[in-house]
Design a protein around this ligand. Structure first.
Ligand code: ASP
Length: 328
């Protein structure tokens, strides 16, 4: 039923904006890889954008986008997560509601299909970030069925790395069959940042981690360093988690915007500092006015966005530090 409140809100409606990513790392090896990534990202951008247009909240859009990216075996989150040094999958995910400025997340959870669902549940809980044991207990309490996200490609990648004594710093940015033999550092993770019709921002990030890491290593993806939002800006990060934590990347950009810098300026300043310190990562961002931005110091950032008028991506932007933005 159309209420006065809804009518008033519709009068104030803004154009929704959306940006998603499927990781940062070295550039994709082949044209086929580029096309495969676009084929994965674009339908997700379209479906999530349609949800935003229908009046859904930024949080709902972020959760749907993260679920879809987690379910895509191409990306390092949910199904298709990379294996840690002991051959196990441990995933981390977080959700940050910019309007309420509340962060929730799970760290190193196993055997669930969509870690973002747990982060979403925790938004309204007094205890908002749970680690491995607590996350498993929560999944059991919520009667979430046990799920194995292991894929053959990730298993083969781990077997090969074990033979090489885990020399690579990270696993593949996306699970491409022909990339298994590459020895270059590649990575992945997923993230979604949305601005809804009513001007609310939200950010979500989900990951299988760096791949081949020590048991107990904690990813940036379930920390405000890797995923942060206020009512003014929202950011999701990907890349080497330790570098993201050292820069406190997501919170750094968001706080700069919250304190009055434009999103563009905040991205420029932050990525200049990061490249001076040889960091290896990327970030996607939105502000409350509808500006869209992305930045990277790594070779590639696999992001795609919807402005309301067009869909675009960053899949083929040049190697090196790069910032891009689209004003509202
Ligand atoms: N940031 C993630 C981590 O270090 C990995 C990634 O983004 O690919 O756990």
């Amino acid at each position: 039923m159309e209420t006065q409140e809804n009518r008033r809100r519709d009068d104030l409606a803004v154009q929704p904006k959306l940006i998603i990513h499927g990781g940062a790392g070295s550039s994709l090896k082949s044209k086929g890889g580029v096309e495969a990534v676009r084929k994965s990202l674009y339908p997700i951008v379209e479906e999530v954008y349609a949800l935003l247009q229908s009046g859904a909240s930024a949080n709902q859009a972020v959760v749907l986008g993260c679920q879809m990216l987690e379910d895509d075996p191409c990306f390092n989150a949910g199904t298709g997560s990379v294996l840690q040094s002991d051959g196990q999958i441990r995933m981390s995910a977080s959700l940050m509601d910019g309007k309420n400025q509340s962060f929730s997340g799970v760290i190193n959870v196993s055997r669930v299909r969509n870690p973002i669902d747990l982060a979403q549940f925790l938004q309204t809980s007094p205890d908002r970030v749970l680690s491995d044991y607590g996350s498993a207990e929560l999944a059991r309490e919520l009667q979430i069925p046990s799920y194995n996200g292991l894929t053959e490609v990730r298993l083969q990648e781990w077997i090969q790395e074990r033979q090489d004594n885990f020399k690579r710093t990270m696993a593949g940015v996306v699970a491409e069959q022909d990339l298994i033999s590459t020895s270059s550092a590649r990575r992945g993770t997923i993230g979604v940042v949305a601005l809804d019709k009513y001007g609310r921002l939200s950010a979500g990030t989900s990951t299988g981690g760096k791949g081949f890491e020590r048991i107990g290593r904690v990813s940036d993806s379930a920390m405000p360093a890797g995923n942060y939002a206020t009512q003014y800006a929202a950011v999701s990060c990907t890349g080497i988690g330790e570098d993201i934590i050292d820069e406190c990347l997501a919170a750094r950009i968001v706080v700069r915007v919250t304190d009055g810098m434009s999103l563009n300026e905040a991205m420029q300043r932050t990525f200049k500092e990061a490249s001076e310190r040889n960091r290896d990562f990327g970030a996607i961002a939105l502000d409350a006015n509808g500006a869209i931005a992305w930045g990277k110091t790594s070779q590639a950032l696999l992001a795609a966005y919807h402005t309301g008028e067009k869909i675009g991506d960053t899949v083929e932007i040049p190697v090196g530090t790069e910032i891009g933005w689209l004003d509202s």
